[in-house]
Design a protein around this ligand. Structure first.
Ligand code: GDP
Ligand code: IMO
Ligand code: MG
Length: 431
């Protein structure tokens, strides 16, 4: 079988968790390839809502194995808590059901302390990180001084490395950021305890993935964050610190170049972003609350990880075309179509303008969007509630027109339209 990859085409929170859950039925493995517990993936199954930060969303299917790949940064405290959460809901979490890459880096409290100190030092130029220590953990990886999952296997050596790790971070905390140092000796017993619990899960996960594919089994690679938060090709510097793009699934799982099958781009029917950074189609008028919601519904636009209200805006077709190109998206799932019902207008950004010049692409990627103004196309709106609709034919013609325009603007077919968070609230199209 060929690897299937699910990737967010916007600034995260597109509904990847919901889509991965939908596509995981019958998959042997679902593997996260990037990011850490900065991610927040909400999956609704009947009356149960799962909020996952680290474990792959596909693990909610009892027959599917979860993998955290090489490109993931693992906070052991979050991981163990999440493993317990799944167990409390009747799901088995054993080394037969979950594997961690030997090469995945670990997040420790010093990374979180450094994240907070660095944000504070940025003053008014804060990035608005999730505070989970993501940037400092990937910095340690690049600086070749990080702790890795395989370090958990030898407790004596781990204790030594942990002390060195805390001492190095304390130097930065105290001297660069004038923050309080951490007490390494006090933290060590907790980390040794984490190590004992996680040792049986550490593995060479690339081998597992390749063996499963060779046996003809389905493997789904699950991206966290979204295209525009990618460290290299996102809206730098307002990005996360990992490679979130579909091609990163290969290095992020530790597998070689191989045939890749579907690359499913998850696109929200409108646009959201948490944290600072450019957002050309941002909506500030009375439509903002209609897109965001008030927080009364579980899917309203408030961060799963931090609870912050998400910024909202109209779908940005220029950035979507860019996401399709740099990921190699072959098909899309359009989520939250139900939320657009009842809006007085449906608006899609189809190009950008600078002075008299119209751009159908960005000359230098999305790094500096400040001089670009969105050019909109207004489409007819619809009032009907879509949440109970299950077939293309039943959709109001204005909603069909919206989906078709998204396909034209992005150049990629929409194979699923999600009209609610529940497993069955989806319209499948033959594309
Ligand atoms: P992710 O980070 O990409 O996995 O997305 P999040 O889970 O952070 O945010 C998506 C939210 O929208 C979750 O609360 C989902 O349950 C919800 N959701 C997903 N698809 C739909 C949909 O089609 N309609 C509605 N109303 N909610 C959805
Ligand atoms: P999922 O997987 C939305 C954003 C943060 C901040 C920037 C950097 O749920 O789509 P970081 O803590 O990563 O250093 O923060 O990235 N961010 C996300 N926004 N969804 C996410 O994940 C995000 N993960 C990070 O808000 O702007
Ligand atoms: Mg999310």
């Amino acid at each position: 079988m060929a690897l299937e990859i699910v990737v967010g085409t916007q600034w995260g929170d597109e509904g990847k968790g919901r889509v991965v859950d939908m596509l995981s039925a019958g998959a042997a493995i679902v593997a996260r390839y990037n990011g850490g517990d900065n991610a927040g993936h909400t999956v609704t199954v009947g009356s149960t809502t799962f909020k996952l930060h680290l474990l792959p969303s596909g693990m909610i299917h009892p027959e599917t194995m979860g993998i955290l790949g090489t490109g993931v940064v693992i906070n052991p405290a979050t991981l163990l808590k999440e493993m317990d959460m799944l167990r409390s809901r009747g799901l088995e979490v054993t080394p037969q059901r979950l594997r961690l890459s030997f090469a995945a880096h670990l997040i420790t409290p010093v990374h979180q302390a450094l994240d907070a100190a660095q944000e504070a030092a940025r003053g008014k130029d804060q990035l608005g990180t999730t505070g989970r220590g993501i940037g400092p953990a990937y910095t340690d990886r690049a600086s070749r001084r990080g702790l890795r999952a395989m370090d958990l296997l030898d407790l004596d050596q781990f204790a030594e490395k942990f002390k060195v790790h805390i001492a190095a971070a304390n130097l930065a905390l105290v001297n660069l950021y004038h923050a309080e140092p951490l007490d390494g000796a006090a933290l060590l017993p907790e980390y040794l305890n984490f190590a004992r619990q996680l040792q049986p899960y550490v593995d060479d996960v690339g081998r597992q993935v390749q063996a499963a594919l060779a046996e003809g089994k389905r493997v789904l690679a699950e991206g966290a964050q979204g295209t525009l938060l990618d460290i290299d090709l996102g809206t730098y510097p307002f990005v996360t610190s990992s490679s979130s793009l579909a091609p990163a699934a290969l290095t992020g799982l530790g597998i070689g170049i191989m045939p890749v099958g579907r690359i499913i781009g998850v696109t929200k029917a409108f646009q959201t972003r948490v944290g600072a950074g450019p957002f050309p189609t941002e909506v500030m008028d009375e439509n903002a609350e209609r897109l965001r919601g008030t927080g009364s519904k579980p899917w309203d636009e408030f961060g799963t990880t931090t609870g912050r209200p998400r910024r909202v805006g109209w779908l940005d077709g220029v950035l979507l075309r860019y996401a399709v190109r740099i990921n190699g998206v072959t098909e899309q799932t359009l989520t939250k179509m139900d939320v657009l019902s009842g809006l007085p207008v449906q608006r899609i950004c189809v190009a950008y303008r600078t002075g008299d010049k119209i751009w159908d692409h960005l000359p230098m990627g999305p790094a500096d969007l400040s001089t670009f103004e969105a050019v909109y196309e207004d489409l007819p709106s619809w009032d009907a509630d879509l949440t109970g609709i299950r077939t293309w034919e039943e959709l109001p013609s204005a909603a069909k027109q919206y989906v078709c325009r998204v396909e034209e603007v992005s150049g990629v077919p929409v194979s699923y339209i999600s009209v609610g968070p529940e497993r069955d609230q989806v319209i499948e199209r033959s594309v």
